[in-house]
Design a protein around this ligand. Structure first.
Ligand SMILES: Nc1nc2c(ncn2[C@@H]2O[C@H](COP(=O)(O)OP(=O)(O)OP(=O)(O)O)[C@@H](O)[C@H]2O)c(=O)[nH]1
Ligand SMILES: [Mg+2]
Length: 457
């Protein structure tokens, strides 16, 4: 996500870096370029206008901090303003004081409502809740089945409905609530039907559901790839129905980011989650500050940590951290790490969350070949235990033997050993960043600007 915008903004900052100090001229030039970059990213023109005005005011008005170079200063200003238009704070899901909490999922056809309902149910159950899902899409025969299948995949309950309710969205939703009360569920997720366009029949049906359920949240699901159309339909839904939050899906396929950057400002409603893939774990709570850092190519280490924590065995992670700190990170650990990393999903998406620092610089655009990973594991498996624990003893003849044993070449073995050396270095430099959740949280609270990537210094 945001690749195009990130590239362009980095270019602007790079040019500024060449300038001695911030002058009216070089700032105007930078502002023009930032404006173009935002417009090309399909950000709503009003949002661009406001953003540029705010950045200009700050950049021209603020006293030059002697500790910062002009480009750093502009990066910080741009980041602060991006955070502001993205909504300033993370907007949490709200829950009813009188459970079960009803959450209505609405949106246009194919925007990702049903998938997102499943993702939300998963997220809720991982975060201490007990959700019940129900589909009230009674028009498309396969629609309710689709949710039932997701429920089975997730091992989470879906209200199936009685035959006499099959044609009646409101009755289905009401019965689901009753079932939730009876079975002690605290959240009811209601997946609704979509239409190609906003029409009166759809709005009438949603209004009835709203009236019957009194939902705590009405979440509008929009496809980020549709850009300003997503913003427009969100505004229309909000006018007609009164939504309480937005979930942008398919952010993984959206290189521009226009919808994400405009929707909050235009609709006045917060983005609560973003969908970043088809799989059911591809849902992230939306944090304006982290997103702004990602847009500027500073990475999003906090989201990365959360993702890692969700997937990775905690004990093993602690052990690994200790080893890294004590510089005992062996080839065996390297292999285990690779295997663990694979569980997290495509490596490219992980690398995008990393800041471009030190040895990571430039890695962001590296394409990682899954087959290469398999080869790496095979190479390490062909080493003797001593070799894995002490890579220094792997001389030429050992390299040849390992290559033969793993069905690879000596060049590949050499490359792996080099990568391992780099990983050791990277780990050491990251332990400063991965200082553990508590420290990271503390830092987030202190609202310090994150360490600027080396490229900006
Ligand atoms: N890449 C990607 N695909 C997604 C994401 N969310 C949903 N999809 C895909 O979008 C398509 C439509 O998703 P659905 O959940 O069926 O959409 P819907 O809004 O329920 O569709 P209707 O019920 O027909 O209105 C599916 O192929 C999903 O896999 C996402 O975050 N990323
Ligand atoms: Mg659906």
């Amino acid at each position: 996500m945001f690749e195009n915008l990130t590239d362009k903004l980095q270019r602007v900052f790079k040019n500024l870096r060449g300038e001695g100090k911030l002058t009216a001229e070089n700032m105007e030039q930078a502002l023009r370029e930032i404006r173009m970059a935002l417009l090309e990213a399909d950000v709503h023109f009003k949002v661009v206008k406001e953003l540029i005005a705010n950045i200009r005011e700050k950049a021209m008005g603020e006293e030059v901090l002697t500790a910062l170079s002009p480009s750093q200063q502009v990066v910080k200003i741009v980041r602060d303003e991006l955070v502001k238009i993205l909504g300033s704070h993370h907007s949490r899901l709200r829950f009813s004081n009188d459970p079960p909490t009803s959450i209505l999922i609405v949106g246009l056809q194919g925007s990702g409502k049903t998938t997102t309902t499943g993702k939300l149910a998963r997220w809720l159950s991982k975060n201490g809740h007990d959700p019940l899902m129900v589909s009230v899409d009674v028009y498309r025969p396969a629609a309710r089945k689709q949710l039932a299948v997701l429920g089975r995949q997730l091992n989470l309950p879906v209200y199936e409905g009685k035959p006499e309710e099959e044609k009646d969205p409101v009755r289905l939703a009401r019965s689901a609530r009753v079932q939730a009360v009876q079975s002690g569920k605290d959240v009811v997720l209601v997946d609704t039907a979509g239409r190609l366009h906003i029409d009166d029949a759809l709005m009438e049906e949603l209004a009835q559901l709203k009236e019957a359920l009194r939902p705590t949240e009405i979440l509008f699901v929009a496809d980020a790839m549709t850009g300003q159309d997503a913003v427009k339909s969100a505004s229309q839904f909000h006018e007609r129905l009164g939504i309480t939050g937005i979930i942008l899906t398919k952010m993984d396929g959206d290189a521009r980011g226009g919808a994400a950057l405009s929707i909050r400002q235009v609709t006045g409603q917060p983005l609560k989650f973003v969908g970043v893939g088809e799989k059911l774990d591809a849902l992230e709570p939306f944090h304006p500050d982290r997103m702004a850092s990602r847009i500027l190519g500073m990475g999003d280490v906090l989201s990365l940590i959360e993702k890692v924590e969700e997937q990775i065995d905690q004990k093993q992670a602690e052990q690994m951290q200790r080893k890294i700190l004590e510089n005992e990170f062996t080839l065996e650990d390297f292999r285990d790490q690779l295997v663990q990393l694979r569980k997290l999903g495509p490596l490219e998406s992980l690398l995008k969350m990393m800041p471009e620092i030190g040895p990571l610089k430039g890695m962001r655009n590296v394409e990682i070949d899954e087959k290469e990973l398999t080869r790496v594991v095979a190479i390490i498996d062909s080493m003797t235990p001593q070799e894995r624990r002490n890579h220094m003893i792997i001389n030429g003849s050992r390299r040849r033997r390992i290559a033969k044993g793993s069905g690879t070449t000596v060049q590949e073995v050499n490359r792996l050993l080099k990568q391992y050396g780099q990983a050791r270095k990277m780990m050491r430099s990251l332990t400063g960043g991965f200082m553990g959740k508590r420290m990271a949280k503390k830092m987030a609270k202190m609202k310090l600007p994150p360490a600027l990537p080396r490229g900006f210094r």
